[in-house]
Design a protein around this ligand. Structure first.
Ligand code: CL4
Ligand code: MG
Length: 214
């Protein structure tokens, strides 16, 4: 029977990372993706920008759209203060199962709510499900054509407050042109582009940080 790439990524974590040590999990995945098989994690270069934004925002509630194997979930959760939470949405059950085990290996289960479901279905249920008013930080890294509709949905559901930060991966490669246009033109956002490279390559990519002005 053939394993999948996410399964091989998880095996690399279990082989090379120390249980309960999030940074060793991050390092093991980056090593696997550089030396063995490319995978669509935000990666180490853009990951440092993500770390900077998380540390600056010091969020209580984070929403991540698109868990995949949980690499950025671990990067975010490892920096959170006690009682802070990352709620991460993943609609592919096979990817969610891998992510669950990666997050567990890092020892970050207490800081992460992994939901197996689609953003379009779950964003409207966030307030009632988690008793929260708004998200301090949203990390968008799911299908690129969902960035804009889900951002509008979060606005409509009142999940963004004055000062909420949206951080979007891949705004250049693969690209999210309609989203980029929206946050850069809208008077409701103050947007900033962080130039970087597509994970594990020399291709240009970057993160767009947008502050919701309310
Ligand atoms: N509406 C939704 N609700 C919940 N989960 C959802 C969802 N839409 C997609 N997902 C999940 O989010 C991940 C998709 C990521 C797309 N990234 C990408 O396509 C991507 C591609 C490249 N690349 O091609 O170089 C580089 C990158 O960094 C990338 O993030 C997958 O795990 C998928 O199952
Ligand atoms: Mg990405």
């Amino acid at each position: 029977t053939h394993s999948t790439r996410p399964q091989r990524l998880l095996s690399a974590v279990q082989k090379n990372a120390t249980r309960g040590d999030p940074s060793s999990v991050v390092k093991a995945i980056d090593q696997f993706c550089r030396q063995k098989e490319w995978a669509m994690n935000v990666g180490d270069e853009k990951g440092c920008i993500l770390d900077l934004v998380v540390s600056e925002v010091n969020p209580t509630f984070v929403l991540e759209l698109g868990t995949y194997c949980g690499y950025s979930t671990v990067r975010i959760a490892r920096l959170l203060p006690p009682h802070a939470k990352v709620i991460t949405l993943e609609f592919n059950p096979d990817f969610a199962a891998i992510a669950h085990q990666v997050i567990a290996w890092a020892g970050l289960e207490d800081k992460v709510h992994l939901i197996v479901g689609a953003s379009g279905d779950w964003i409207p249920k966030m307030k009632e499900q988690f008793g929260l008013n708004s998200f301090d930080l949203v990390f968008l890294d799911h299908w690129k054509d969902r960035y804009l509709p889900d951002t509008k949905l979060m606005e409509e559901c009142g999940l963004l407050r004055q000062g909420s930060i949206l951080l979007a991966d891949n705004v250049i490669c693969p690209g999210a042109p309609d989203y980029l246009d929206y946050v850069r033109r809208s008077s409701q956002y103050e947007s900033q582009y962080f130039k970087s490279h597509l994970e594990y390559t020399k291709v240009e990519d970057g993160l767009e940080k947008s502050i919701f002005l309310g």
